[in-house]
Design a protein around this ligand. Structure first.
Ligand code: PFF
Length: 472
């Protein structure tokens, strides 16, 4: 399949598509929640350090492997390591992980879309009631929203790399930036917004402990779509004349900028409506923030801008998050799609039919695991906790295997594949040889980064499955 492999049409096309993948629910909601808990500016500093010193090198390794081999992750590891090599397991994990993460991400995207439709239909007041979320996720409407989102996603993916993925990103990403900017400006004009800004930006180092450090790293890793095979796959669509290091830095910058702006939107909004808000008030999870806390905040805007005004602001917010989520879903679904195309020799259409069917079934299993089907709601018990099917997917693939995949790509790139890595990163980048970036990538991928990722992996396994806390 090397011949005639599709490519992004331009550097901008790749940057927007990769940023579309990176910018997601993690940036718009997960980041502000984590920053609030993690000491505001102190968390921001930690986060920036992790992006620069850990995530960008991993990103460069993933992009190189894809561009070098012109293959999906399974084919990429296989081609470079040889058919009998145990490294093929790393390739397999790089396809199974995104497949399963796509399943749980799809569920949340469907809820986001549902909330958007409800708000546009005039139901913001209902969404602002505490009991609504639970009723909503267990209603049959969710299946209708699932079908609509699945069709939308597949129309984009069916059109291929240039006409589907790249075009969707070229429309949705600028729209997302504009909507976000508009909301930030609006929120900053509200009374007491400055309190939220202070809370967000002034560092409180007393809040930084091992848990916060771990959450900043996981957040950065997830936000940049690492460990999911996405950048290997997108790397295979990048032109050889482009500098991968420069592209990785640009995508990381754009992604971090959106996360930073999301904080500028959410925290001032919260403090404008509740000047005495504190971390205990703010919910722990992105899901709680998005579907329970924020609708209340939007509803409270009624007193200043009226019900319609409040609904417009809420609708813009959910549309914004929907655009972010769908471009991320596109990228993650493209990984197994490209694997089906490359490895099984299927056409794009057939690959998608297979994927939609299997993914659809698993997504439905997740949707009904919030109370509709008992056996999937109380699915298993481990680490002293009862877990639903949805929880299990999140625990295994998002929390556990993601850092493992990152660890494997570092070890592979640096110990098994060093010359090719150097050669690939030097293509389209005359200044790479002898640069500080090269020296740093060489050393960190071999030592610092795999050690940190290994620690995160061991800690997660101990905590999640054996209720044994090493850190935190
Ligand atoms: N970077 C995405 C985010 O921050 O939400 C991570 C992601 C998740 C990408 C799920 C793709 C995906 F399907």
């Amino acid at each position: 399949m090397t011949e005639g492999r599709e490519q992004f049409s331009s550097r901008l096309g790749f940057i927007l598509a990769a940023t579309g993948s990176a910018v997601g629910i993690g940036n718009l909601v997960g980041f502000p929640v984590a920053a609030t808990k993690g000491g505001g500016g102190a968390f921001l500093l930690l986060y920036a350090m992790f992006v620069v010193f850990i995530c960008i090198p991993v990103m460069m390794a993933e992009l190189s492997l894809g561009r070098r081999t012109q293959k999906d992750p399974i084919g990429a590891y296989l081609k470079e390591a040889g058919a009998g090599s145990p490294w093929r397991i790393a390739g397999l994990l790089s396809v199974i992980t995104p497949f399963m993460i796509a399943v749980f991400y799809m569920v949340i995207t469907v809820w986001i879309f549902g909330y958007f439709i409800e708000i546009v239909s005039g139901n913001l007041d209902t969404l602002a009631k505490p009991e609504t979320f639970n009723v909503f996720i267990n209603s049959n409407k969710v299946f209708v929203y699932l079908v609509i989102v699945a069709v939308f996603l597949n129309v984009i993916l069916l059109s291929g790399v240039k006409n589907g993925i790249e075009r969707a990103a070229k429309i949705m990403m600028p729209a997302l930036f504009l909507l976000l900017l508009g909301l930030v400006i609006f929120v900053l004009t509200l009374d007491n917004a400055i309190l939220g800004l202070r809370y967000y930006l002034i560092p409180d180092f007393s809040k930084v402990d091992a848990v916060v450090v771990n959450s900043a790293l996981s957040q950065a890793f997830f936000s940049l779509s690492l460990g999911m095979g996405i950048l290997i796959t997108y790397g295979s669509y990048v032109d050889r004349g482009e500098s991968l290091a420069a592209n990785a830095k640009l995508v990381a910058m754009a992604d971090s900028a959106v996360a930073f702006f999301a904080g500028l939107m959410i925290l001032p909004a919260i403090f404008a409506l509740n000047p005495k808000a504190n971390t205990e008030d703010l919910t722990d999870s992105s899901v709680g923030m998005m579907f329970s806390y924020l609708p209340k905040i939007f509803m409270a805007l009624e007193s200043s801008v009226g019900y319609v005004g409040a609904s417009v602001v809420a609708a813009i917010f959910f549309l914004l998050v929907f655009f972010a989520a769908i471009t991320s879903l596109v990228s993650i679904t493209e990984v197994p799609t490209s694997s089906f195309i490359d490895t099984l020799g299927l056409s794009r259409k057939k690959a998608l039919i297979w994927l939609v069917s299997v993914m659809g079934l698993l997504t439905v299993a997740c949707i009904v695991s919030f109370g509709m089907v008992d056996g999937l709601t109380a699915f298993v018990e481990y680490g002293n906790m009862k877990k639903s099917f949805f929880d299990v997917v999140v625990d295994i693939f998002y929390d556990t295997i993601l850092p493992l995949n990152g660890l494997l790509i570092c070890l592979f790139a640096r110990y098994r594949w060093k010359n090719s890595l150097d050669d690939e990163l030097g293509r389209g980048d005359n200044g790479y040889e002898g640069s500080f970036t090269k020296r740093y990538v060489d050393i960190s991928l071999a030592t610092l980064i795999p050690i940190i990722l290994l620690l995160v992996f061991i800690n997660t396994v101990a905590q999640k499955y054996f209720a044994f806390t090493i850190i935190g």
